[in-house]
Design a protein around this ligand. Structure first.
Ligand SMILES: [Zn+2]
Length: 176
């Protein structure tokens, strides 16, 4: 049943690729480090243009040096080629720079359910720099009585925290 639906959908896209159908297609690509959210929700996929038969995909890297970006590029090319779209240009755009504010609220909720404390608004994070003690809430019990264990969690994009209430460690998606 799933296969049937998928092949039908692929056929529609192959016959008439549009900006919308391509965005929909590429939205199926998950973030390599956080499989519960996709690159569109993450704010990495910025734009798709079809110019003279070439598909131009604009992406903005998240954390600089994030090794996931190369993987995302490869997955975009592969997904488009699978649809018969072979003329693909991937444009890296660094301005405006990606911030965690670009992550959709829906995706932040998915992060929390996945056990990762979603980023606070970057304005709040600047409060930390100014000495205000804003702690990420525990994704398990919502307590804000949390402590940072390490600047780096399972990946460089995350910091490792522990909840002082339920004693569970958790990843916090760092703000930039
Ligand atoms: Zn907790």
């Amino acid at each position: 049943m799933v296969e049937l639906c998928l092949s039908k959908q692929l056929k529609i896209i192959a016959e008439l690729p549009t900006k919308e159908s391509i965005i929909k297609l590429l939205s199926a690509i998950p973030d390599p480090e956080i499989p519960v959210i996709n690159i569109f929700e993450l704010g990495v996929l910025r734009n798709v243009e079809l110019i003279n038969g070439t598909c131009i995909v604009t992406i903005t890297p998240t954390y600089s040096g994030c090794p996931a970006m190369k993987l995302i590029e490869n997955q975009i090319s592969a997904a488009l080629k699978a649809e018969g779209i072979n003329e693909v240009q991937i444009k890296m755009v660094y301005s405006p720079p990606w911030t965690t504010d670009w992550i959709s609220d829906e995706a932040k909720e998915k992060l929390r359910q996945y056990g990762i404390a979603p980023p606070e608004k970057s304005t709040m994070d600047k409060g930390i720099l100014l000495g205000k003690n804003k702690q990420p809430a525990c994704p398990q019990c919502s307590s804000i009585n949390t402590s940072m264990i390490s600047q780096f969690g399972s990946t460089a994009c995350k910091a490792l925290y522990r909840c002082n209430n339920c004693k569970e460690p958790f990843d916090y998606f760092k703000c930039i």
